[in-house]
Design a protein around this ligand. Structure first.
Ligand SMILES: [Fe+2]
Ligand SMILES: [Fe+2]
Length: 336
């Protein structure tokens, strides 16, 4: 078929029986040269096991984060203060579901099934972003998640559009466009609240105080404590280090906070003329690791909600499978 021809990795191939099998070292050299030329790796290309495993882990964690990330904001759909805000929030939460689906599909091209990935999530083996294990206490949290959490996600994800693995890079292009809308709707919602009553302004400031440090931790541990980052950078999976991304996020966010009229809760946050960047205070990594390891305020609730959704959806999966089998049987009968 036409698409199969397009899928061939490196031009016309000999028939399998006649084809010489390249040695592992030849395949490795071919892969290394591809990395050197900054070319994309596609699903049918040879790749080292470690590269494949790293990508499966990263893309599936990313997909889980999108799906679990629907929950904190989903809580507010029924309590949004106006029809307009409700429509925006529904669209955003749906987008996050879509991001999860693109990413599960990208990870599946590496030979791992969606069932395997979801099993790892549901049994607590797979991780997802620590940020989604915190509660959304007020309506201002929804705006702050858009502004800061989606803002941090954009900073993290734009370089992934240049990731060496083709399906992941292409998924990220579309995702980043949607994340940009998420960030803007959150910021705009906060701007409106900051022109409201003192109670509304206080609610925004309180939400900023609770989310700021957790957003800084979203970029992951300091470079010195990220042993896998260097390899991921060599492979073109990770383009910019955790600390550099965090710094860019802080530098971009400080002027936005000034326009908004809120204070960022860090007494050490100040412009460093020599570095041409903002300095900031220490991040509580003990809290980050405790949350990553399952002890954040909402870890159990989030996982229980996902498992219940999976179990409640069993009849839909069964019905879809039964329908597909019926269609397959019908087309086989017609072809006979
Ligand atoms: Fe997303
Ligand atoms: Fe988002």
């Amino acid at each position: 078929m036409y698409t199969q021809a397009l899928d061939l990795p490196d031009g016309p191939q000999a028939a399998p029986a006649a084809r010489a099998v390249p040695s592992d070292s030849a395949l490795q050299s071919h892969f290394d040269a591809k990395m050197e030329r900054d070319e994309k790796v596609e699903p049918r290309d040879w790749m080292p096991d470690h590269y494949r495993k790293t990508l499966v882990r990263q893309i599936s964690q990313h997909a889980h984060s999108e799906i679990v990330g629907m929950l904190p904001e989903g809580n507010w759909i029924s309590r949004a203060p106006s029809l307009k805000r409700k429509a925006i929030l529904i669209a955003k939460v749906q987008d996050e579901g879509g991001h999860g689906l693109y990413l599960y599909s990208a990870a599946e091209t590496l030979g791992t099934s969606r069932d395997q990935m979801l099993h790892a999530l549901h049994t607590g083996k797979a991780k997802y972003s620590s940020i989604f294990n915190y509660p959304t206490l007020t309506w201002a949290d929804v705006g702050v998640i858009g502004w800061l959490v989606d803002g941090a996600a954009i900073m993290n994800q734009i370089p992934l559009c240049r990731c060496s693995y083709g399906p992941y890079a292409r998924a990220m292009v579309r995702i980043c466009k949607e994340e940009s809308f998420h960030q803007r709707q959150g910021y705009e919602s906060l701007l409106v609240m900051m022109q409201g009553t003192d109670a509304q302004k206080a609610m925004v400031q309180d939400a900023v105080n609770r989310w700021w440090w957790k957003c800084l931790a979203m970029f992951g541990p300091p470079d010195a404590d990220s042993p896998n980052s260097a390899q991921s950078q060599r492979w073109g999976i990770k383009r910019i280090s955790n600390d550099d991304l965090r710094q860019s996020f802080i530098d971009a966010t400080v002027p936005q906070a000034q326009v908004l009229g809120v204070t960022l809760p860090d007494p050490d946050l100040k412009w460093n003329e020599a570095r041409q960047h903002h300095d900031h205070g220490p991040i509580d990594w003990d809290e980050f690791w405790s949350t990553v390891n399952g002890n954040g305020p909402c870890n159990k609730e989030r996982l229980a909600t996902r498992v219940a959704a999976w179990e409640d959806g069993a009849w839909v999966r069964d019905a879809a499978l039964a329908h597909a089998r019926k269609q397959q049987a019908r087309s086989l009968k017609e072809a006979a």
